[in-house]
Ligand binder design. Structure first.
Ligand code: CP
Length: 306
């Protein structure tokens, strides 16, 4: 059966089946071999970033340009009519009349789903608050498959801000399709939300919660570090208490498995010491580069060009 993602928004990683996810990863492999493919032929894609971004916005915009498309949009709300009180609904409806596809990052949980309900063109969620970041999830899956040779039966350790970290929420949901075993390492204040844990329980999979990172390194296939996100804390003092809870240093990887890779959605602050960077197990910069191929694949598939 052929797989088509034409005109399908991507709001949550759960919107796509495991087969559809693997289809995107396969197309991304093709783009990694040949990134210059003039498929968009002047089509217009809107890049609406209501919240700061380096990797997601620039990799989407690079992807569009390498595909021969045009980008419109903004990287902050300054200079837009949102400053005059225009609603998200009106903004999306207007942009949908200019563009073939909208990529949107917004600080409000659920805003991407809402946008998809009012837009006549597909929406790609580039991160909505602390809810979901499905394109990051796709590039994480691509990076895991590329480094491990499979997505099946892996032991995934997630470290840091598991409460507000939208990337880990999406990744847990996706890895539930592939019989993963999960280790969650966080301060008590930043534990994985019960809604995400419920996905693991529903899938009948194993998970363990820890407060010490050293305990889980020797049996992890993937160590997924995350930043404690200052901007999500209602109380700055709460952030100060937990901001440096985990710092991965190179010597801590001494007893890690040969296939172990360290991932991080980036940006990092202090949670991975720079002495890890030269270690061949450090994969976070390649991971970010993989985002380009995955986003090319996603755009081409949603526009029915792959
Ligand atoms: N990983 C990620 O979303 O990075 P940016 O915030 O820089 O886009």
């Amino acid at each position: 059966m052929s797989i088509s993602l034409k005109n399908r928004s991507l709001i949550s990683i759960y919107d796509y089946t495991p087969e559809e996810i693997c289809h995107i990863l396969d197309i991304a492999e093709d783009f990694e071999k040949n990134r210059l493919q003039n498929l968009l032929n002047g089509r217009v894609i809107a890049s609406l970033f209501f919240e700061p971004s380096t990797r997601t916005r620039l990799s989407f915009e690079t992807a569009i340009q390498l595909l021969g498309g045009n980008v419109i949009g903004f990287s902050s709300t300054a200079g837009t009519s949102l400053q005059k009180g225009e609603s998200l609904k009106d903004t999306i409806m207007m942009v949908a009349s200019y563009a073939d596809l909208i990529v949107m990052r917004n600080p409000v949980d659920g805003s991407a789903r809402y946008a998809s309900e009012v837009s006549k063109v597909p929406i790609i969620n580039a991160g909505d608050g602390s809810n979901q970041h499905p394109t990051q999830c796709l590039l994480d899956l691509y990076s895991i498959r590329k480094t491990q040779g499979t997505l099946e039966n892996l032991e995934i350790t997630m470290v840091g801000d598991l409460k507000y970290g939208r990337t880990v929420h999406s990744l847990v949901q996706a890895m539930c399709n592939f019989n993963a075993k999960f280790n969650f390492v966080s301060p008590v204040e930043l534990k994985m939300p019960s809604t995400v844990i419920q996905y693991i329980k529903n899938a009948g999979l194993e998970y363990h919660e820890y407060t010490e990172l050293e305990d889980v390194i020797p049996h992890s296939d993937i160590i997924y570090m995350t930043r404690v996100q200052r901007e999500r804390f209602p109380d700055p003092l709460e952030y100060e208490k937990v901001k440096n809870s985990y710092i991965l240093c190179n010597d801590m990887l001494e007893n890690s498995k040969p296939n172990c890779r360290v991932l991080h959605p980036l940006p990092r602050v202090n949670e991975i010491n720079t002495d890890v960077d030269p270690n061949p197990k450090a994969y976070y910069f390649q991971q970010a580069q993989n985002g380009l191929f995955v986003r090319q694949a996603l755009i081409a598939a949603i526009l029915g060009l792959k």
